[in-house]
Design a protein around this ligand. Structure first.
Ligand SMILES: CC(C)(COP(=O)(O)OP(=O)(O)OC[C@H]1O[C@@H](n2cnc3c(N)ncnc32)[C@H](O)[C@@H]1OP(=O)(O)O)[C@@H](O)C(=O)NCCC(=O)NCCS
Length: 165
């Protein structure tokens, strides 16, 4: 598997991986499938020097198997040292270490870019995601009980964080 920065050609695959979670899970509380133009804007909002987005591709045919990205935690400048992590792995490629590699890539990118804190929101308190973040040193900050709603169910969101400096 290779990890590299995301580019325009990857957007359809990135959106596909994300949309499955929009439709089927509470990993994201997003409920809308977005347009191609939305994803082009999304990539523009991930300049490599500040909020990089990465893809993991297969060794053989270079298919995009997962992606990860940093994004601002808040538009208020006092929060500039904090960025939020996102990691999504194609459902047929889970459990073989891609999520771990993609999240470690974000941690390294955060350190290289001088951020002080990584935040993660774990929708629906997903066991895989909680385990993944904890195993890479994210601590449990708190559980926002009953904060969200999706598919007619009220859901918890776990906030986790990792201090970098
Ligand atoms: C969470 C997610 C990114 C994990 O990706 P993955 O490639 O399957 O994870 P890995 O194979 O790297 O496994 C990472 C760790 O989680 C563990 N894990 C994987 N699936 C698990 C599960 N269902 N329950 C508990 N632990 C699990 C692995 O054993 C591994 O632990 P280890 O390093 O101690 O052995 C993936 O399930 C996913 O894309 N989920 C939907 C989107 C999401 O929830 N994203 C996170 C919120 S931003």
């Amino acid at each position: 598997m290779d990890i590299r920065l995301a580019k325009l050609d990857d957007l359809a695959a990135i959106a596909d991986i994300y949309n499955r979670e929009v439709i089927h899970s509470t990993a994201t509380l997003d409920t809308d499938i977005q347009s191609e133009a939305y994803w082009v804007d999304w990539l523009a909002e991930h300049p490599p020097d500040r909020f990089p987005a990465f893809v993991a591709t297969s060794d053989d045919d270079k298919t995009v198997l997962g992606w990860s990205a940093l994004k601002p935690w808040s538009t208020r400048k006092g929060y500039n040292r904090c960025v939020e992590v996102s990691v999504y792995v194609h459902h047929t490629s889970r459990g073989v270490g891609l999520g771990r590699t993609l999240l470690q890539t974000l941690i390294d990118a955060g350190i290289e870019r001088g951020y002080g804190y990584l935040a993660a929101r774990i929708g629906g308190a997903s066991a895989a995601s909680l385990h993944l973040h904890a195993s890479l040193g994210f601590e449990h900050v708190g559980t926002m009980r009953r904060v969200g709603e999706k598919f007619g169910n009220v859901v918890d969101v776990v906030l986790m964080g990792k201090i970098l400096s």
